[in-house]
Design a protein around this ligand. Structure first.
Ligand code: SF4
Length: 396
């Protein structure tokens, strides 16, 4: 997010890169902790329709890629499984796409509301360039409304409700290089809803020798997934539960399209890791952990890293306690017993299940302290002790 001083500058005009990054880096701890820039907590879709275009809008407004024109200047959005039907001068559920006279537009191309340099382990990706940093960006908006969202202040806001900065794709790639980041990460809110921006930025990054990673809920249509995530070098999917009823009540989404996304990513050969945030009483049963692990093994294989992460009360679920460590250890024990090779426990600093162990000889191969890979022993993609191949992308 932006610091106060540069927030004022942003209103007046473009920030220079140095002051933007200075503030972004200074506030690096804020995201994920629910820093409040916007005061609105209700879903974007519940908010009034857009105001008229301002001069600034033109920089951010780009025709959407995934939609279908209908009669009477209506459109059907084909980006995510919601398939919003949107009338003229209205927006879809995510609040960042608008129908103007029968043509559908994204309002958040190059409209960055958060930028930080994070360890790649914070995404978390544990088998992708460990010990490196990612130039991480977000726009406003999301296509679901998770009751536990840590970043609800940007994900559940409309673009004009959060301070933003104009950062076109080439500029993002340049800044990533300037800060020695081998990757650009699309994260914090939901990159599905700024798909056109991530596609163009990934292309600009690749042209400059910078890779792209996406941190997503995976709630996206298949064609859009192939086109947008096909440009990514690694993907992290938040699989929020293994139950349709949880997806319906707690996420306002659907499980099936997310599972389909994971299978397609696997077929596309994208490096993918899965995070499962464990909420006490809501998605923490033995049966759900077992069903999840069995499905992953059968459909994606035993080598896909699975991270069980600790919930901290936030947004609309402040009544729930922090996930007990014993619950996370129970989840891991079940997934291990089902035969998954790389099951991690996340958000519990110092826990030994944050390290990577060889699935054959059980020796520790990557030691992690907080978000830092403090020791990395994997050589040429193999365990140096028994030569077992360890799946992942280990070196730049
Ligand atoms: S991306 Fe937005 S507008 Fe499109 S279907 Fe999903 S929620 Fe609706």
């Amino acid at each position: 997010m932006f610091c106060e001083l540069d927030l004022q500058n942003a209103v007046r005009g473009p920030l220079d890169r140095r002051s933007f990054l200075k503030c972004a880096l200074a506030s690096g701890a804020a995201l994920g902790g629910g820093a409040a820039l916007a005061s609105v907590a209700q879903p974007a879709a519940a908010m009034p329709a857009a105001a008229s275009e301002s001069e600034d809008d033109a920089r951010y407004v780009v025709e959407a890629k995934f939609y279908q024109k209908l009669a009477n200047r209506k459109i059907k959005c084909k980006l995510c499984p919601r398939e919003c039907s949107v009338g003229d001068k209205e927006r879809g559920y995510c609040g960042v796409r608008e129908n103007r006279g029968g043509t559908y537009y994204t309002l958040v191309h190059s409209r960055v509301c958060a930028a930080h340099v994070d360890p790649v382990e914070k995404k978390p990706l544990f088998h992708y360039l460990p010990g490196t940093i990612a130039f991480s960006i977000a726009t406003a908006g999301c296509n679901v409304n998770c009751k536990f969202c840590q970043n609800w202040d940007i994900s559940q806001s409309r673009p004009e409700q959060v301070p933003s900065h104009y950062m076109p794709p080439k500029s993002v790639a340049e800044m990533a290089k300037q800060y020695d980041c081998p990757t650009i990460a699309y994260t914090y809110s939901e990159p599905v809803v700024f798909a056109e921006f991530i596609m163009d930025t990934a292309d600009a990054g690749h042209a400059a020798g910078v890779r792209s990673i996406v941190v997503s809920n995976g709630f996206i249509q298949q064609d859009a997934l192939k086109e947008a995530y096909g440009r990514m070098d690694a993907v992290k999917i938040d699989l929020k539960s293994f139950s349709e009823s949880y997806y319906s009540k707690v996420v306002t989404g659907q499980l099936k399209p997310v599972l389909d996304s994971l299978v397609t990513l696997r077929k596309m050969g994208k490096w993918t890791e899965i995070v499962y945030l464990v909420l006490p009483t809501l998605n923490d049963s033995d049966a759900e952990f077992r069903g999840l692990a069995q499905w992953i093994k059968a459909n994606l294989g035993a080598d896909v890293p699975l991270h069980f992460t600790q919930f901290h009360p936030a947004y609309l679920l402040k009544n729930l306690p922090i996930t007990p460590v014993e619950t996370l250890e129970r989840a891991k024990a079940i997934a291990d017993a089902e035969g998954l090779h790389f099951v991690y426990i996340g958000n519990v600093p110092g826990h030994p299940a944050q390290n990577t162990y060889c699935p054959k000889c059980r020796k520790m191969l990557v030691e992690r302290v907080g978000f830092t890979a403090s020791e990395m022993l994997i050589k040429n993609g193999k365990c140096p002790f028994c030569q077992q191949p360890i799946p992942g992308v280990w070196h730049v």
